[in-house]
Write a protein that binds this ligand. Structure first.
Ligand code: IVH
Length: 669
């Protein structure tokens, strides 16, 4: 390669990797697989070695990718010790090179600690006086985002260490926050119902969850933590594995499955074992970390700008399988989004037989240059449905057929539409296209919506019998009609009717969510209900008023206006209202008076000059949240007359500021 070519390619690769770093660490939405990313990084590293005149300390090969959230959403604090990354390889031979470098770099005896490489997001915990003091993300390696309030919601991370176990007054311990597959599947299923884009893999889900602005929302995400690096001013033991055992005795969740190895053969055995066995773990791992176990040897080897010289990672290649594309189905979702799904010749992949894979959208299909009859590679990478990563054009036969994206909805025949900025095609016939109608019912009866005792199969039957066409039809169903359903007996009919009755008590915010207005998820439904107080107020709100609501952007505001400008929807709302559904909030909270208390959680205790309900309404009118009990997330406790001594004691223990009613009123004046 010529010098000028190398210079151009280095600039290209650097820019590309910067972009991928941003997608991965900040947006939590990578466009390429880790493997493709590592290949680009390797190519850049290799070119910089050959043409050192073009290497710079600002290159992606020389610094860690930054996860700092934009707009200073979190406070930032410096790391006491830099928080670095790890060098990595997919090649066993390079592990031998690593061992050789270590051996040349020290005259002391050493062994290796082999550990799992957890595929989550790095966290640095500081404990002070036995209490969790601060949790920082890696950030740019020098400063990290303060996510303490969120970390306090992760059950496996102790807020307090075990008394009397001899922990130092202050120390740091680092590890990984990850999301087990089960929690990941649950979250993505819910996100699909809420019309939020699913996370590509558990790692993105974990780091996205850790950066949520509402700690309460983190609570239900099922995050876990495992810790793998203790940092104290004075080592607590001469070996890394011993220090982790000591940290475990303080009550910390340290990483399991560690094995001390003395030879390359033992390391290779460990790798071979976990390359298969990891598939039985309930969480994602992307490799093995090999660390020098003796802390004095670690210290003498030191660090490069990006990673320790005493550790490296061996990464597992993502599993893929080669198979033939038989046909493509075009599925119509609840929102009318068309998803192309590939039907494949069945092939074994990571323990399951794969027959179908997502092709995402037309853009993706064009990028893949896909033809029916092509050989394609499928990869799992943690997703619910596997994806096609590339084709094998060298295996292409003469029997291939070019693919054309359908112009009409495969179910109702309506011409499809595609907005410029949307990747997907849509069927606009939202009120009459059968899968869209059925999808709306399934969403409506869902647990987080109206919580009606009916699954997909029931909806399917009711729809096929023409008993339900619009949502309000559910409330006119009779016992006799229900008894005509396949396998339905008195008991199931009564249960269903009872849950219909119960659903009339569901609060307005959930009814609003249940309507399935495009882009209204659970949180936005809550915000809208809190801000406007009733469906009429939302329906008559101007775009500006809608945009002033928390988390409501252009697309959502337009969707709301579009929805309420359809007379059929107005009729539906009237029918649902007549059926007894709640179309206004309990508290007649109207548009927030101020945002003075935004982001604050306030707990009230005792009696005030106004009623407790009025006090709560006052907090909400100034955009605050009313907390039910004192926790680390409480911003203030407002203590009235006869306020509970237990609450006061807890507030004091957690260092929560207690204020009087007067002080509170002064605050919102
Ligand atoms: S040690 C200074 N051990 O992998 C060395 N890291 O790709 C610190 N990781 O940034 C890292 N499992 O977030 C270490 N058992 C393990 C790990 C581990 C996962 C992560 C960590 C690191 C990243 C590098």
């Amino acid at each position: 390669m010529k010098k000028s070519e190398a210079k151009t390619r280095i600039a290209e690769l650097s820019a590309e990797l910067e972009r991928h770093n941003y997608n991965y660490y900040v947006l939590n939405s990578p466009e390429i697989t880790d493997f493709q990313y590592d290949l680009l990084m390797m190519e850049l590293g290799e070119l910089e070695r050959r043409f050192p005149e073009y290497a710079s300390s600002a290159s992606p090969t020389a610094k860690v990718g930054s996860d700092i959230a934009p707009n200073a959403q979190f406070a930032q604090y410096p790391h006491k010790y830099p928080m670095l990354s790890l060098s990595n390889t997919y090649n066993i031979g390079e592990i031998e090179d690593f061992a050789e470098r270590v051996s040349k770099g020290t005259s002391l005896p050493f062994t290796f600690s082999c550990e799992l490489k957890f595929d989550g997001t790095a966290i640095c915990l500081t404990y002070r006086n036995g209490t969790l003091f601060r949790a920082l993300t890696r950030g740019d390696g020098t400063v990290g985002d303060d996510v303490t309030r969120n970390v306090l919601q992760i059950p496996s991370i102790p807020k307090k260490l075990k008394e009397g176990t001899g922990y130092p007054y202050e120390f740091e311990i680092r590890g990984e926050i990850y999301m087990p597959y089960k929690a990941f599947d649950k979250l993505n299923r819910q996100r699909e119902l809420d019309e939020e884009p699913p996370f590509a893999n558990p790692r993105n889900a974990a780091s996205g969850s850790l950066k949520l602005l509402d700690p309460q929302a983190v609570k239900g995400r099922g995050l876990e933590c495992t810790l793998y690096h203790l940092l104290t001013d004075e080592p607590v033991a001469p070996e890394h594995t011993q220090s982790l055992k000591i940290a475990a005795s303080w009550g910390l969740p340290v990483s399991e499955h560690i094995r001390e190895c003395s030879t390359i053969e033992e390391i290779e055995q460990y790798i071979a074992y976990w390359d298969t066995e990891r598939k039985n773990l309930p969480f994602a791992t992307d490799g093995i970390v090999i660390k020098v176990n003796q802390i004095p040897v670690q210290t003498s080897l030191g660090y490069t700008a990006k990673s320790p010289r005493w550790a490296t990672a061996y990464k597992f290649k993502p599993e893929e399988a080669l198979t033939k594309l038989v046909s493509i189905d075009y599925q119509v979702g609840r929102t009318g989004a068309i998803t192309p799904v590939a039907n494949l010749e069945p092939v074994q992949l990571s323990g399951t037989k794969v027959k179908r894979a997502s092709l995402h959208n037309w853009e993706q299909m064009k990028l893949l240059d896909i033809h029916i009859g092509d050989y394609v590679y499928v990869e799992k990478g943690g997703e619910i449905i596997p994806k096609i990563t590339r084709t094998a054009p060298e295996k292409r036969g003469f029997d291939i057929i070019p693919v054309e994206f359908p112009q009409n909805c495969p179910v109702c025949g309506t011409p499809l539409v595609k907005d410029e900025e949307e990747a997907k095609h849509f069927c606009p016939n939202s009120d009459f296209c059968p899968p869209q109608i059925k999808g709306k019912f399934i969403h409506f009866v869902g647990r987080k919506a109206m919580d009606i005792n009916a699954g997909e199969a029931t909806i399917e039957q009711l729809y096929n019998k023409c008993y339900i066409k619009v949502l309000s039809d559910l409330y006119t169903l009779t016992r006799e009609q229900l008894l005509t359903l396949d396998k339905w007996k008195e008991k199931s009919a009564d249960n269903f009717l009872k849950s219909l009755e119960e659903s009339r008590k569901v609060p307005f915010e959930r009814v609003l969510f249940a309507l399935g207005i495009r882009y209204i998820g659970e949180t936005t439904a809550k915000n809208l209900a809190r801000t406007f107080g009733s469906v009429e107020a939302i329906a008559s709100a101007t775009k500006e008023e809608l945009l002033a609501t928390d988390e409501v952007g252009e697309k959502l505001a337009e969707s709301i206006i579009g929805y309420f400008s359809d007379p059929q929807h107005i009729r539906l709302i009237e029918d649902l209202k007549s059926a007894g559904l709640r179309m206004e909030s309990d508290k007649t909270a109207k548009i927030a008076e101020s945002e003075i208390l935004k982001g604050m959680t306030i707990v009230i205790s005792g009696n005030f000059s106004i009623s407790r309900d009025d006090m709560k309404a006052l907090i909400e009118r100034h955009s605050g949240k009313v907390g039910s009990g004192i926790s680390a997330n409480t911003t203030y406790m407002v203590a009235g007359e006869k306020s509970g001594p237990a609450k006061l004691a807890k507030a004091e223990k957690l260092g929560i500021k207690v204020i009087t009613e007067e002080e509170f009123l002064e605050m919102i004046k």
